[in-house]
Design a protein around this ligand. Sequence first.
Ligand code: MN
Length: 401
Amino acid sequence: MFERTADLRHSNDELSRAVHAKDQFLATMSHELRTPLTAILGLSEILSGKRPGPLTDLQQRYIGIISDSGNQLLALINDILDIAQIESQGMELEPDWIQVEDICQASLTLVRPAAEKKGQHIAFKRDPKTETVWADKIRLKQILVNLMGNAVKFTQDGGTIGLDVQGKQEDNSIEFTVWDTGCGIATEDLERLFKPFVQLDDTFSRQHEGTGLGLNLVYRLTELHGGSIWVESEVGHGSRFMVRLIWNRDAQVQAEPSTQESSNLPAPDAPPPRTGSATVLMAEDNELNLIILSEFLIGQSFEILSARNGVEAVQMASNTHPDIILMDIQMPEMDGLEATRRIRAMPHLASVPIIALTALVMPGDKERCIEAGTNSYLSKPVNLSQLSKEMTSLLNKHASA
Ligand code: MN
């Protein structure tokens, strides 16, 4: 037993050293690549100006291509840097109360020139209830600009793209939808969409330049906000990307326990209230989610243990034998699916209830979680009363089994 734990710890250390070296390398390379690129972009700009003297049309066109390619490369390097940073030390968000209208307008301003170049119209609709959101201003803008940039890119000249914002009081979430009237994405391609370095590489996508990193970054940034993202698409008709975030952090934590208490008469299908205290292991790398979930669960008189990655989750589960586990899927070092498989493989934990909490809602994800061994599956930001019902029902089932 001790020997196994020591072995596990040793291989974990090695794994985390390798991961760290890779991220360090990416970060250094990205910085190094920027320097020569600055010269290429700067000099292209100077060459196409007046001072170096007149250029032929052909020369002018070539310089245009050099500068477009350089800008594309710069965008790629910036994305790599952001992803490397998220992976290595975890990007620190600076969340604050943000005016939803302001953040939308700022994002629209950045995307408008590209849309105008293609003669496209941008529609914008905001639910007036959605005045503020608790988010990182720069990163939320990055999410919206990235999604709208894609919408412009994949929609024909003269087409329409749009941004809709909806507030959902019932689960305290705010939903940003970026839609386009472009070529759409086939169902079998949807699940690969958010993986790094994947471009759907048939003839269609090669016509559209892009790094293949933008959507992975959008997903990572959404995850950092404790939210989730999904997409609906129809080939030939367009796509809708939906980002769901926590609308109001404090409301989420405070409102839920009181609605629980006020419902004296449970619905006929509601599980009987839980008796006695239970220990819950939360595997979650996102600080914001960890705070919200623990505040809520402490209010529900759970004992809380927390793990920041899959490796820790497996070790803690094995050592402490919790009554129930909440498992984030995207975590550093080892993801939630692998952690679930390893926990299930331990005889004393083979039947412990595990609920997957996921930030990426894709077709087939639920099946993948269940296949890995979780009992159920909820998307973020988690609706706390739904979570509480799910936990109670699983704990009762487990106790009576
Ligand atoms: Mn995570």
